[in-house]
Design a binder for this molecule. Sequence first.
Ligand code: ADP
Ligand code: MG
Length: 503
Amino acid sequence: MAETNAAKSAPPPAEPKRSWGDQVEDAASSSEAELKAPAEPKRSWGDEVEEAASSSEAELNVDALAISEDKKVNKFLDEPEDSNIKAVTTGDTPYTSASTFEDLNLTPELLKGLYVDMKFHKPSKIQAISLPMILTPPYKNLVAQAHNGSGKTTCFVLGMLSRVDPNVKAPQALCICPTRELAIQNLEVLQKMGKHTGITSECAIPMDSTNYMSIFKRPPVTAQIVIGTPGTIKKWMSAKKLGVSSVKVLVFDEADHMLAEDGFKDDSLRIMKEIQRTSAHCQVLLFSATFNEIVKNFVSRVVNDHNQLFVKKEELSLESVKQYKVNCPDELSKVMVIKDRIFELGENLGQTIIFVRTRNSASMLHKSLVDLGYEVTTIQGALKQEDRDKIVKEFKDGLTQVLISTDLLARGFDQQQVNLVINYDLPVKHENHSEPDCEVYLHRIGRAGRFGRKGAVFNLLMSEKDQMLMEKIERHFNSQITQVASWNSAEDFKGALKAAGLL
Ligand code: ADP
Ligand code: MG
């Protein structure tokens, strides 16, 4: 990572607004800023939920569905094929795993998008197993858990693109995501994959200030697929600009967070109910790398008669990403580890994301690194929409190498060149700071090692509390995280990066 004299930086504002995924110091709860003024009184949606119909549940033997082991396309990739995904289906629809994209009866236009534009060769395991479930009538609901970076986006994007009737010029598929960044990213994947299909799509996210136009002044949405954040989608629906009577696929990306009490549960359920009320049959697809027991139970109640794919939490950590912990005596030494031990090892490392817990922490670390002459950018929820978009674009275009982020980018953010994640602060639960947030931890470290690539994670620990949090995370995933012997030893860090396959 190049040292520069004129450090370029987007100064993080001091504005103390709060939104999901990043907190101002000691903020107790989270919610996307755009959702702050609910028009309707808060209702308990869980009470309206119908009891799940416990139809004949059959466990599929996923090993029998194994993809034939073709030659590996790239020997440096540990393709995420050997992951252990368990399937539970309801009813008696038979599903066969797809070993090629041709097996899925996709249109020639979609196959072209997959092979030519996406440059994919064959489906990953989650794609092979979930796509037949998504694309086979009677189009059952699906709750699908699979590892970070294993290609879940393709599952629901192909699901949406395949179900759209090109002759109906109205929204037919809706995908809801927790952040604008993820909505934009998913729309980009959809547009690339669906390039030859002529299917139209639109992003429903808060408008940036320069292009602002009141929703009431806009024509009704005719795009066949809409991807957005819950607040904006709800707003468009309430304003009757987004009609949902033709919607036949509803996707929740990062679904556990979309349905969590401290996430977007109310909005998600409201949107789901409205669609179920007005549209004849809508298939609900829920995707995430994590579904804790509470969310899993809740999902079983709201989304009735669904097929399921899931992974044990002990098997969720990516083997291709090596995790380390480093004891640092004080805060300055954490900055020095980043600067002298990690950045000094130079360009070989690819891109890096440094996660911090609070906006204050983000601003402080940003300033420390810029003062030391490093070029870093920082993203957090208090930035203006257009600045957020610009910072993400620069990072995705490879113009910046190091990005400091709050948990705004912890989930879903896909940049294959990221092979290093640094946890400057460990993630903790909003309501109890002495408990680690193991799900956020897993999502953060999953920003490295996309689709089987190699990666390393450094957890910087400073206090006994940090060590306790780390131990709890280790226990949760039943895995031992390797200690870097000395924060001050260049050799130790070199060794760690070598062992991770990065040097
Ligand atoms: P996640 O499961 O975490 O949502 P993504 O859908 O973001 O993962 O995919 C991770 C990366 O893997 C993306 O960069 C995507 O382009 C790539 N990818 C997905 N499916 C395939 C495939 N079948 N072949 C090659 N690369 C793929
Ligand atoms: Mg994803």
